[in-house]
Each structure stands twice: as structure tokens, then as C-alpha cells.
Ligand binder design. Structure first.
Ligand code: CIZ
Length: 340
């Protein structure tokens, strides 16, 4: 797979160089102004990072922000493929991510060579690919989707063309059910959404009979069948804020609850349980790699930086631009804008 990361050079600052008395919030703020940088953060980031970002959102809104920004530098607090998307859409900007190791289990589960063989074996199919994948897999796809625009986009595709959906089989199965389209699914899944336990969820519902369940479509069907609302992070956020209910069980990465609690402090949000009955399974280990210290360091070091070879960038740009074009009817989410 093409390496799209430039690591900090020798002699660059490291965590052990950071003065423990430094006010990291103030320093990040100073550097962001000095560097004309915009800090984008995904809803799955730690609350402290969400609060210092200029803009917090899902992949679709963050892609739109990255494409439109006039900043010189984008600090992408999420996982690597999100930084890649920002670089593909805004090649003249310096795009840095706090931790080069912030990958994604869905991306891992769909290697470009295997995906190419999958495509080659289904030459009459359109490849509709979830944004959680590498630049190379994007380049082999017809259109990219996120969980907030997948249905809108799939409904616009020619009805007589069968679809290959990769890499999340649960989102694919959910889309198949919603749209009735002929779809062949790649067998990938997200380690977080895969771990929720139906048995523990049922037990939790018994203990909280008034609670509504909001679940992400990356969850298996055994979880979705218990949901009052199935949707992307922003759809779940909109649902809990608009609902008259006061208690919710949230079946997605638990840091989205930060925005929920901020916007509706009087409501109760309970992370969906894993097999041990606890909620540690809903904490993405890749998203959790990002810290304030690493945000400070990437602003100082200009690294880890994303670099996408031009030929690959142009090939991946096409299905991403198609996504942005085909999801114009999906509005920006108004729920989580900080400074930008
Ligand atoms: O699209 C995204 O950002 C992800 C990973 C989930 C969601 O539903 O927003």
C-alpha cells in the first residue's frame, strides 16, 4: 500500500521536550493563528479536542470544510484516511495529523490489491465505497459515500446497475435493506460497532425502560433491530436533541456523547454495552491516540504530514468529487461548529 505519511524529521520536537508547565491550550491557539491553521475534529475525538477545534463534524462535513478552507494548514484530528481526504481535496495545503498510527479497522480490512480483484470479478457493478478506506481503494471506486449521504447517493445511481459496497458489510446490508438495491458486500466491519452485545443491550433496556436506542448503521443487524433511530453520527445527534425523551442508549463510538451532553445537559446518554456489560468497547483506540500534546507537536513540526502522490490523488479525487456533487442536498450539520 502507498505510504502517505511523512514522519517528523530527526531533531523534531518530541513529547519529552514539552515543558510540563506549558499552557497547551494557549500555545495551540497561538500556533494556530501564527500558522494560519484550521483544526478539524471528528465527533469521535476526546471532548477536550472537540472543544479546541475550529470545527467538529462527521466525515462529510469535515471533507467539505477541508475543501473550502482558506487556511494554509489543516490539522486533522481524526484518523489517517480523514487526513488523506483533506489532502486529496486541498492539495496546496499542509495537512498534518497528530498521530501517524491513527488507522482504521475498516481501512485495514480492505487492501487495495484484494479490492481490485473484487472489482475485476464484478465488471458490470458500480463500486460504492465508504469513506473509511485508503486513497488507493478510493481511486478504484466509482463513488465514495459516508454514513450521512450513502442512501441519498445510492438512490441516484442507475437502477439497472448492481452495486459493490465496501468495506463495511453492516452499513452495506443496512443500505441494501433501505434502498432494495442489488448489492454485493465486502466482508469488513468496524471493531467498535462490531463489539456491541445484543444480550447486554437488552438487559440495559430492561433497566432503563424509558430510554430510546440510537444506533449507527455500522452496528450489526442484531443491534439495529433494537434501535428507535438508526443513523450517522450527525443523524443520531439531531435525533436525541429533537426528541422529547430524556434518556438515550447510544450505540456508536462514545465520544459523540460529548456534543450531546453539551447541547442537552438535562438529558442522560448511556453508551451501549459490550459483552462484558461495560462500555469500554465503544472507545476507538485509533481516535484515542490523538492528544493535546500531539496537536501541539504537529503544529510545531509540520508533521506527521499527509502526502498523496499526484497520480493517486487525481484518481481518488474523482469519486470524492462525485460524492460531494451527489450529496449537495445533504445540509451541513449545524450541531457542532466552534470557531470556524
Ligand atoms: O462518517 C463519519 O464521519 C463516521 C465515521 C461516522 C458518522 O456516522 O459520522
Amino acid at each position: 500500500m502507498t505510504d502517505t505519511i511523512v514522519l517528523p524529521s530527526q531533531g523534531a520536537l518530541t513529547e519529552s521536550d514539552i515543558d510540563p508547565t506549558l499552557d497547551l491550550h494557549a500555545e495551540i491557539d497561538r500556533l494556530r493563528k501564527e500558522r494560519n491553521a484550521v483544526i478539524l475534529a471528528h465527533y469521535y475525538q476526546d471532548g477536550e479536542i472537540q472543544d479546541l477545534a475550529d470545527f467538529v463534524g462527521d466525515s462529510l462535513d469535515l471533507s467539505r470544510k477541508a475543501a473550502a478552507t482558506d487556511a494554509d494548514m489543516i490539522v486533522f484530528c481524526g484518523v489517517r484516511f480523514m487526513g488523506e481526504v483533506a489532502k486529496i481535496l486541498s492539495p496546496s495545503k499542509l495537512v498534518v495529523i497528530p498521530d501517524a498510527a491513527a488507522g482504521c479497522s475498516l481501512e485495514e480490512a480492505c487492501q487495495p490489491e484484494a479490492f481490485k480483484a473484487f472489482r475485476d470479478a464484478h465488471p458490470d457493478h458500480l463500486a460504492v465505497t465508504y469513506i473509511n478506506c485508503s486513497a488507493e481503494v478510493k481511486a478504484l471506486s466509482d463513488v465514495i459515500v459516508t454514513s450521512s449521504n450513502a442512501e441519498t447517493i445510492i438512490r441516484q445511481l442507475p437502477a439497472d446497475r448492481p452495486i459493490l459496497f465496501a468495506p463495511d458489510r453492516h452499513l452495506g446490508a443496512y443500505m441494501q435493506k433501505k434502498t432494495g438495491r442489488d448489492m454485493t458486500l465486502w466482508p469488513g466491519s468496524c471493531i467498535i460497532h462490531e463489539q456491541f452485545s445484543e444480550k447486554e443491550l437488552v438487559k440495559l433496556k430492561v433497566r432503563h425502560p424509558q430510554a430510546l436506542v440510537a444506533a449507527h448503521p455500522e452496528c450489526p443487524d442484531s443491534i439495529l433491530t433494537h434501535a428507535d433511530q438508526v443513523g450517522s453520527t450527525r443523524a443520531i445527534l439531531d435525533f436525541v436533541l429533537a426528541s422529547e425523551a430524556s434518556e438515550f442508549i447510544i450505540a456508536t463510538e462514545q465520544h459523540i456523547i460529548h456534543q450531546m451532553s453539551k447541547a442537552a445537559p438535562h438529558k442522560t446518554f448511556i453508551p451501549a454495552p459490550g459483552a462484558d456489560g461495560g462500555c469500554s468497547c465503544s472507545n476507538c483506540p485509533f481516535m484515542a491516540l490523538n492528544t493535546l500534546e500531539k496537536i501541539y507537536l504537529c503544529l510545531k513540526n509540520d508533521a506527521p504530514a499527509i502526502t498523496v502522490p499526484e497520480e493517486l490523488r487525481l484518481a481518488a479525487l474523482k469519486p470524492l468529487e462525485r460524492m460531494l456533487e451527489m450529496s449537495k442536498s445533504v445540509p451541513m450539520s449545524g450541531a457542532a461548529v466552534n470557531a470556524a
